[in-house]
Design a protein around this ligand. Structure first.
Ligand SMILES: NC(=O)c1ccc[n+]([C@@H]2O[C@H](COP(=O)([O-])OP(=O)(O)OC[C@H]3O[C@@H](n4cnc5c(N)ncnc54)[C@H](O)[C@@H]3O)[C@@H](O)[C@H]2O)c1
Length: 511
């Protein structure tokens, strides 16, 4: 077996970046923010990609087909990944191994970030400070202090677009189901089930923690299954419920993979939303069965359950795009002439196979003016197959294309992305608190994030001790004593652990 490439461990990479900060200071300051340039609406957005591993290179594949953008730069600490991804492009992108050099490149207007989670905040912060627009993969940030810091920092850069890679927000099916919920077609949605079941899921590559390719398997760099998988469905639950959870409980186990990883290999989470609504989530690594959509799809999907109906849905993949089926809730049947064995006064509901109703998208709607005879016939045939349950209706486009196209368009128009900063921060908050709930085996309230990673306000200095006429220090009586805790401070919260980047005088990329 060939030895995996081992350039540096994730911790080495962090240290190296800090060391280089000082060296790059001069060049970056000279370069200054690139956003100041004015671009015509029709100019393709010149973008760079930082982190061209598995996801970054996948995004490059999709971006390469969009004529509203032009990839002018790539960055990765791994030379092989850099070279392989550059070869896919016809735009001859500049190649950087240090992301700060890419940020200092005046040609780059927008940056797509697909580095491991533990680096998201640092690279996003530096990108904003370099004056560029940001598309950062989910989960947006990793630690509680980063939630607060990024909110503050983004507010200082209101003209820059910040989008998070939560692509379900860009799916026509997911948007259609949101509309069904908002229009009351499903009644009151009280419960949502989400699952992402894999077998085997992530495996440990040679080199253990020292191999940067294993970053997902270690808590120092990764939020585990919650960050990598659950984050997508938690975001849908927030969106569909139109709220954030009040609390989360969960059980996580490292029960089946004894390969040195320290993240859970199976998680079960329950989120309680206002009004008693619940989102139940499961991620396992021992069976990929998906018991919805007639089991025609594997691994991941959602069931949206309302008092008047339910929807089964999944985002799918490049080869099996998003789909959804709608099930009407049967009218409750009360026993009046039920089976003889049924106790009088008990009620029973008739249970039988239920047929899902395909949710039709514009792709399968017949346009009598525009569609050719063949196009019409093909649409009728597809709808007949959907109706018979032989074929699932599918979205005609991968939402990853839509999210990237939307990002480039928002960069030009200044519009707010669907998956914006607050969507990303709420999602990251849920990830962080879910992991805490499983680690501490307790009910974790979402309010806790308000103070997590934030230092308590500094108490004002003690008032000088006034001497009495006799020269003895005055002692406060219960009646005159001031409260030990000052009245609520109106000052902005102080973030612990790190100084906000924007106040770092030495930061090379500060505009
Ligand atoms: N939205 C989605 O559906 C989706 C899917 C997969 C991954 N992701 C996210 O994308 C991110 C990357 O995941 P991945 O699977 O591509 O991981 P990966 O390990 O395959 O790729 C990460 C890349 O970043 C590079 N890198 C590390 N440190 C760097 C630095 N300082 N500067 C430049 N490059 C650096 C690595 O060399 C590697 O090539 C993660 O946050 C993940 O959650 C999102």
């Amino acid at each position: 077996m060939s030895k995996p490439e081992r350039t540096a461990s994730p911790a080495d990479i962090s240290r190296e970046i800090s060391r280089r900060d000082a060296l790059k200071t001069g060049a970056a300051i000279m370069a200054g923010p690139a956003l100041l340039k004015v671009h015509a609406d029709s100019d393709p957005v010149k973008f760079g990609v930082i982190g061209v591993g598995s996801r970054g290179s996948y995004l490059v594949d999709h971006l390469a087909h969009l004529d509203t953008g032009r990839c002018v730069a790539l960055c990765d600490v791994n030379q092989q990944a850099l070279d392989d991804t550059a070869k896919k492009l016809t735009t001859n992108p500049k190649k950087y191994k240090d992301y700060r050099e890419l940020l200092a490149d005046r040609d780059v207007e927008a940056v797509v970030i697909a580095v491991p989670l533990y680096l998201h905040f640092q690279v996003t912060r530096d990108t904003l400070q370099a004056g560029k627009h940001v598309f950062c993969e989910k989960s947006l940030v990793f630690k509680p202090d980063e939630v607060h810091l990024l909110r503050t920092l983004a507010a200082e850069h209101p003209k820059q677009v910040l989008q998070v890679g939560l692509q379900r927000r860009y799916s026509i099916y997911f948007q259609s189901v949101k509309k069904m919920i908002d229009d009351g077609i499903l009644g009151t949605v009280t419960h949502i089930h989400g699952q992402w079941h894999r077998n085997p899921g992530w495996t440990m590559k040679e080199g253990g923690k020292g191999n940067p390719k294993n970053w997902r398997l270690f808590r120092e760099f990764s939020g585990g299954l919650t960050a990598e998988l659950a984050s997508h469905h938690i975001d849908v639950a927030d969106w569909y419920f139109g709220a954030h959870p009040e609390f989360v409980v969960g059980v996580g186990g490292l029960d089946f993979w004894k390969d040195g990883r320290d993240v859970f290999d199976n998680i079960q989470l329950i989120y309680s939303y206002p009004g008693g609504r619940k989102f139940m989530y499961s991620a396992i690594t021992t069976c990929q069965h998906l018991p919805i959509l007639s089991s025609q799809r594997p691994e991941f999907g959602l069931v949206i359950m309302g008092t008047a109906g339910a929807v089964e849905m999944t985002l799918g993949s490049d080869n099996a795009p998003p789909t959804a089926l709608w099930f009407r809730e049967p009218e409750p049947t009360t026993l009046s002439s039920g089976p003889p064995s049924t106790t009088a006064s008990a009620s029973w509901a008739q249970v039988g196979p239920q047929k899902g109703i395909p949710i039709i998208t514009p792709a399968t709607q017949v346009d009598w003016q525009k569609d050719s005879f063949l196009a019409r016939e093909s649409k009728f045939a597809r709808r007949w197959l959907y109706d018979k349950g032989i074929m699932l209706p599918q979205e005609d486009r991968n939402p990853v294309d839509t999210e990237l196209e939307s990002f480039l368009s928002d960069v030009r128009s200044g519009n707010r992305p669907r998956a914006d900063l607050e969507v990303g921060l709420a999602d990251s908050t849920a990830v962080i608190l879910s992991n805490l709930a499983m680690d501490e085996n307790r009910r974790v309230y979402f309010k806790e994030m308000e103070t997590m990673g934030v230092a308590p306000p500094t108490p004002p200095p003690a008032p000088p001790v006034a001497a009495t006429e006799s020269g003895a220090p005055a002692t406060a009586t219960a009646a005159t004593a001031k409260p030990a805790v000052p009245a609520k401070s109106t000052k902005a919260p102080v973030i612990t652990k790190r100084a906000p980047a924007s106040t770092k005088a030495s930061d090379p990329l500060k505009p």
